[in-house]
Write a protein that binds this ligand. Structure first.
Ligand code: HDE
Length: 663
């Protein structure tokens, strides 16, 4: 990495205690860490035992409040490289030059679950990026779904209360399949569009490396001439989009609750660096009212076919954190952390977010000095008259703590806009003070229907199943009915099929879908499939003496991560067995390669289960010898008998046209 300013800065804070003596926090060497100080061997512990008190007090205070939303997350360092000089649209310095590199830190998350919840749940994913630019920190605090449940920030506590586990018994964890969430949906119909996304395959991504990111809110780009554009931000994964199937996602939650965290960590360690292209959609100021959606409405997206994407650069995540707490947990993002050239709009969700993020850091990180934590520090110098407060680290050495002054020649000084000072875009604003919502925000169903119509049949089927699953868990029959009636505005097929599956009346014939002619093929995850096998994971199931060498080598030569699975641990033909049929599960692999039968019948039954499950989840299965292969699968899509075809099937990913699959 050319630009490693952030890495250099973090180095100063790193401590390696390997080989060092044990001391107290005051630096006093400790001669016994096994026994508290007692009055006699069987006597009471003494208050003067400063070492015991310090150790226990620190332990008692190890936890900080988890994030109220997005508590479960994982993060990595990387670098962003600008494709060009984009000064025609923004003054943002990190976009001012072809090849300019800026260090970044990205935290991925789920929204609803608590810090220890499973990775693979059905939920939106957070995708927050901190750019440590030469002109200050810029945070792009994004999600993997381009729209949101609500239009006004004042409703955020309501949607989150409804989504989180129910208050009487704190059940269910990290799931929307319960009464209060769906009651909120039915009675707050602005949620329709995002609910369609949340029920789609987008909400169960295969990997953080294989999902898109969206800034959701509408921001502004401003160039040096003061010309502005409305802007929406997108991250496009180089690996394209991949998702779990729902049965698999639920099983992974038990078999490996850290699945996404592990996938990101392991791939970065392996050198399979995830990459994402940063793109923007731009709308000219004068075209603010030229579309059939309001550009300020966060429940609407701008179809790519209508407002094309412009590529700005590429981000590569190439370094894992050294310490989860210090970096991933203490990082503080804020959509209000912007740099020159990026500004806000009146999007009423964004306006409220601008308050919430600082407010939440104050309680979570314990005071106003969280910007001094190593992970949050800008890489450029920063000076102002803010002083003191909890955990202040800076030692300010001057007497001047106010502006204006003469004793320090009126420094730190204000910087004129022409010389790099941040100046807000001078938007003209007028209006009465009202608690109201614009008429232009009141169409809740057109884009929900556009999304539905833009998807492939298999994606639509997954949405039907997801609605049926979620509503099938809702106990209040009237809530089920309200939801079914609501989604008849989006699709009669959707509402009628779900009604049948969950045992409520079909929606009233008077409720008909809103007509919309817009279709956006780009919304389908199968629109532009990326075929790849590098960094996918294959399990080879083999018994004693199976000649696995050549297959293993061929797969590894393609950059595939291979694990050897057998009935017990040890070695096969000199190759280490990584897992047994008990320590792993087919849901943790992108494909299986099967060798011969085991001597033990129970092992064969377990191996059959592996095959069945991989079959049901549409995954490629290769085999050398049909010994334990369920014959009825032979010749089905993605069931292959040689490595070359298996590799091709692995590149494709899922084989949804399997006649017997029940995933
Ligand atoms: Fe957030 N959101 N949010 N949000 N959000 C937080 O800030 C909030 C919204 C997003 O990895 C909190 O530091 C309000 C949209 C991400 O650390 C909190 C509203 C989008 C993360 C907060 C929204 C997001 C957060 C909790 C509606 C997609 C995790 C902890 C007005 C663009 C960042 C924290 C990380 C976190 C408030 C809606 C993305 C409470 C009030 C829309 C990725 O401040």
């Amino acid at each position: 990495m050319k630009n490693n300013k952030k890495q250099e800065q973090l180095e100063q804070f790193k401590v390696n205690d390997n080989g060092q003596p044990l001391t107290t926090n005051q630096g006093v060497k400790i001669n016994d860490d096994e026994h508290s100080l007692k009055a006699g061997e069987r006597g009471p512990t003494l208050l003067e035992d400063f070492h015991f008190r310090e150790k226990m007090t620190h332990f008692d205070h190890e936890r900080i409040p988890e994030r109220i939303v997005h508590a479960r997350g994982t993060a990595a360092h990387g670098v962003f490289e600008s494709y060009d000089d984009f000064s025609d649209i923004t003054m943002a310095n990190f976009l001012s030059e072809k090849g300019k590199q800026t260090p970044v830190f990205v935290r991925y998350s789920t929204v609803a679950g608590s810090r220890g919840s499973a990775d693979s749940v059905r939920d939106a994913r957070g995708f927050a990026t901190k750019f440590y630019t030469d002109e200050g920190n810029y945070d792009l605090v994004a999600n993997n779904i381009p729209v949101f449940f609500i239009q006004d920030a004042i409703k955020f506590p309501d949607i989150i209360h409804a989504l989180k586990p129910e208050p009487h018994n704190e059940i269910p964890q990290a799931q929307s399949a319960h009464d209060t969430f769906w009651d909120f949906v039915a009675n707050n119909q602005e949620s329709a569009h995002m609910v369609m996304w949340a029920m789609s395959d987008r909400a169960i991504p295969r990997s953080f490396r294989m999902m898109e990111g969206f800034g959701v809110n509408t921001f502004r780009f401003v160039n040096a001439q003061g010309e502005a554009h409305f802007v929406k931000f997108h991250w496009k994964p180089v690996l394209g989009l991949q998702s779990f199937v729902w049965d698999e996602a639920q099983k992974i939650a038990g078999k490996d609750p850290d699945f996404h965290r592990r996938d990101l960590y392991d791939n970065i360690e392996e050198g399979n660096y995830p990459q994402f292209e940063l793109c923007v959609q731009l709308i000219k100021q004068e075209d603010e009212h030229a579309f059939d959606f309001d550009v300020l409405d966060p429940t609407k997206l701008w179809p790519e076919e209508i407002v094309p994407l412009r590529k700005l650069g590429v981000m590569t995540l190439n370094r894992n954190v050294d310490n989860f707490f210090a970096e991933t947990e203490q990082v503080a993002f804020h959509p209000g952390h912007v740099v020159r050239g990026i500004d806000f709009t009146n999007d009423p969700l964004l306006q409220g977010r601008l308050f919430s993020y600082t407010d939440t850091q104050l309680i979570r990180l314990g005071g106003p000095n969280f910007h001094e934590l190593p992970i949050n520090r800008p890489v450029c110098p920063f000076f102002n008259n803010q002083r003191d407060g909890y955990s202040r680290q800076t030692i300010n050495t001057t007497r001047i703590t106010y502006h204006k002054n003469s004793m320090q020649n009126n420094t730190p000084y204000e910087v004129p806009a022409e010389q790099g000072g941040y100046k807000h875009y001078e938007e003209k604003v007028e209006g009465r003070k009202v608690r109201a919502r614009s008429e232009s925000f009141k169409d809740h169903f057109s884009q929900a229907r556009m999304f539905w119509k833009s998807l492939s049949p298999i994606e639509q089927e997954h949405i039907l199943k997801a609605f049926s699953f979620e509503l099938g868990k809702v106990e209040s029959i009237h809530v089920r009915q309200q939801v079914v009636d609501m989604f008849a505005n989006v699709s009669r097929t959707l509402a009628e099929t779900v009604a049948k599956n969950i045992g409520v009346a079909p929606p009233d014939p008077s409720i008909q879908p809103v007509e919309t002619s817009t279709i956006s093929p780009a919304l389908s995850i199968y629109h532009k499939p990326v075929l790849f096998s590098k960094s996918k994971k294959v399990g080879i199931i083999a018994a004693n003496n199976d000649p696995i060498d050549s297959i293993k080598n061929q797969l590894e030569a393609e950059g595939i991560t291979v694990e050897i699975i057998s009935d017990k641990q040890g070695e096969i033909m000199g190759q280490k067995i990584d897992q047994t049929l008990d320590t792993t599960s087919p849901v943790l692999y992108d494909g299986l390669y099967i060798f011969s039968k085991f001597e033990d019948d129970i092992a064969n039954r377990k191996a059959d289960m592996f095959i069945d499950e991989a079959y049901n989840h549409y995954k490629p299965i290769g085999f050398e010898n049909s010994g334990i292969m369920n014959d009825s699968y032979s010749g089905h899509p993605g069931i292959e008998t040689n490595v070359a075809e298996f590799l091709q099937a692995l590149k494709v990913g899922r084989h949804f046209d399997r006649p017997l699959a029940i995933g």
